[in-house]
Write a protein that binds this ligand. Structure first.
Ligand code: ZN
Length: 277
C-alpha cells in the first residue's frame, strides 16, 4: 500500500545534528514554534548543558525525544578499550534516561585491520553487556546498520540482515533496529528484513534523508528528501505496513546546508517532509 502523505508534523522529529550550527535551546525553540513533535538529541548538543538543564529545555518546549545519538563503537583491539566502550555506553544510557529519550542509537563500530566477523562478535558481546543497565533505565537500544562504505572504520554492521542476526542472538525486547534509508536503501533484502523486523518487534527507529548522486563527501553530503534517488515514501510504506508507528526522524549531515540560514533550511525540511517523505 502506498504511504499516505504526511500532513501533520506530530511524527516528525529532527536530529540536532541536522541543524548543527544551532545549540540545543535554539533547536528546541525553532522545532516547537514550527509545530514539530520530536527532537533526536546528539551528545555534542547535550554536553554544553548537562542532562538536567537539557531535559528542562526540551520539556518546556513540549518536545518528545525518540532517541539520543549515539552509542556503540564496541570493537577494540584490546580488552581495556572494549571495557571503556561499554562504560561509555552505560553513561549514554543514563543520559538518555535523564532527557526522556526512548532509545539510544548504536553506531556499532569497526577497527581498521580487524576482521569484520571478529568485530561483529565484539559488537554482540558489547551490546549484551549493556542490556541490564538499559532495562533498569527503561531505555531501548537500536542497532543502526551503516552503509558498507563505512565498514572499514565506523561499523561492521552494514545490513539489516546483520542487525537482525544480533537481535536474534541476544533476543531482548529492549534491543532492536534503527532503519536509516541512507544506509539501507540499496539492499535487495530490505523489504523482507523490514517485514521480519516488524514481526520480531524490532523496528525501533526510522531515519530519513536522501542519497545525492554526485556525493561530494562520504560523511557530510547527505541530501534533503527529494534531492536524491532513494524511494523514501516507498520505504516508509514498508515500515508502516510492518507496524511501525514511531517518529520519522530527519537526519542530514551536510557541510553545504550547515552554511545556509538555518531558519530557511528548516522551512525547506518541513516542505520536503510533506512532499518527498
Ligand atoms: Zn541514522
Amino acid at each position: 500500500m502506498p504511504a499516505a502523505p504526511l500532513t501533520s508534523l506530530d511524527r516528525l522529529a529532527i536530529h540536532t545534528f541536522t541543524l548543527k550550527p544551532w545549540d540545543l535551546e535554539r533547536c528546541c525553540a525553532a522545532l516547537s514554534a514550527a509545530g514539530i513533535g520530536g527532537i533526536t538529541v546528539w551528545r555534542q548538543h547535550l554536553e554544553p548543558y548537562g542532562t538536567a538543564q537539557a531535559a528542562a529545555i526540551i520539556r518546556a518546549h513540549g518536545l518528545r525525544v525518540p532517541a539520543l545519538c549515539r552509542g556503540g563503537f564496541f570493537p577494540h583491539h584490546d580488552h581495556a578499550g572494549r571495557c571503556s566502550a561499554i562504560d561509555d555506553n552505560l553513561r549514554t544510557i543514563d543520559d538518555a534516561a535523564a532527557i526522556g529519550a526512548d532509545m539510544v542509537v548504536l553506531v556499532c563500530g569497526a577497527v581498521p585491520g580487524m576482521p569484520l566477523d571478529q568485530a561483529r562478535g565484539q559488537i554482540r558481546d558489547g551490546i549484551a553487556a549493556c542490556l541490564d543497565h538499559a532495562r533498569s533505565c527503561g531505555v531501548r537500544l537500536a542497532i543502526e546498520p551503516l552503509h558498507p562504505m563505512y565498514a572499514g572504520d565506523r561499523s561492521a554492521i552494514n545490513t539489516m540482515t546483520q542487525a537482525r542476526q544480533i537481535c536474534e542472538d541476544i533476543r531482548d525486547p529492549l534491543l532492536g533496529i534503527a532503519v536509516d534509508v541512507y544506509h539501507v536503501w540499496w539492499d535487495d533484502r530490505l523489504a523482507d528484513e523490514i517485514r521480519l523486523a516488524g514481526e520480531q518487534g524490532t523496528l525501533f527507529g526510522f531515519h530519513v534523508c536522501d542519497w545525492r548522486l554526485e556525493t561530494r563527501d562520504l560523511l557530510n553530503d547527505r541530501g534533503l528528501m527529494g534531492e536524491g534517488c532513494i524511494d523514501i515514501r516507498g520505504i516508509r510504506a514498508l515500515m508502516e505496513d510492518a507496524g511501525f508507528q514511531g517518529f520519522n526522524e530527519v537526519e542530514i549531515f551536510s557541510l553545504w546546508r550547515w552554511q545556509q540560514d538555518q531558519d530557511a533550511y528548516l522551512a525547506e525540511i518541513i516542505d520536503a517532509y510533506r512532499n518527498h517523505t
